[in-house]
Ligand binder design. Sequence first.
Ligand code: NAP
Length: 337
Amino acid sequence: MKKPFVYITRKLESDIVEKLGNIAEVQMWDSIEKPVPYDILKEKASKAHALLTMVSDKVDESLIASAPYLKVIANLGVGYDNIAVHEATKRKILVCNTPDVLSDTTADLTFALLMATARRIVEGHEYIKKGHWQDWNPYLMAGYDIHHKTIGIVGMGRIGEKVAKRATGFEMNILYHNRSRKQKAEEELGAKYVSFEELLGQSDFVVSLAPLTPETKGMFNRKAFSLMKNSAIFINAGRGLVMNEADLYDALVNKEIAAAGLDVFEKEPISANHPLLKLQNVVVLPHIGSASLETRKKMMKLAVDNIDLALQGKEPKALVNREIWNEKKSQLHNKAF
Ligand code: NAP
């Protein structure tokens, strides 16, 4: 019998993907740095039984519709807004992600970004390197305190809770907003559930870790920024399109908020000429929330395991559209009786 075909959109190390070689014919894009062009991915997908994709790959309706053999798409990331999940579900294609293994690492980066923004770490570093440090004065690089302040987490999920845990070490007051309450986080972390508007009005640090969905798209807009304190710092380590960059720019320039730390952008990579990058009180990172060597390996391994299991007809470890699996299970169950 012909082996299934697996296409991987970056060149991953052979020891990570070798497991798939036992059950499938595996092809990889020939670069780890550069993404596979969309047309090539679409052509490969038209023959593939499984795709291992990156969050930077566009797996849209048209690509999925032209992939008749596809059984599973395993994304390297917990977010899956790059995939037309509804189209995959319609065609009974499993969509997998890599939750949990990246939560601590992403929370570390989120907190590092918050600290760098509040305490002007990047600015101070540049100040010395450019030879500007000639004197000392009491307000030199004076930033904002973090300890004992109020952090408001929008999207108190797996990563949000880890950020809250870090905030407890800084003796911060923790607010959060989700669509639903999380009793456990309230009990264990002392987090208080508030409305979105209350969170914006009361927080010294507003941290966005909500997924990109039609509901969250643009939720940090002109109105949201206007409700924040003038001394508030906005941190986005979730998804860029959850904020409106033009509105954020205006809020910063008009001093409606104090500063912003961003790991994600509306369009990635962000252009070096983007107006936000001209502002001194903006700290930016190139979408590296989960980018530690240890965690990236864990994510790759989990994505490979997801494909391995799916191609063997077994339940993947991390499924986004679980309803397909449940349906399949109940069909098997009904047949057995
Ligand atoms: P998660 O466990 O699913 O948490 C997401 C949280 O957002 C949930 O608690 C959810 O609660 C809340 N949420 C969803 N829709 C909302 C809405 N309309 N309003 C308010 N809250 C809402 O996911 P996670 O593992 O923590 O990851 C969160 C996101 O971080 C990912 O989706 C990804 O986009 C991003 N991320 C970024 C990086 C990076 O490199 N910067 C790395 C990893 C992840 P309810 O369902 O109760 O609303």
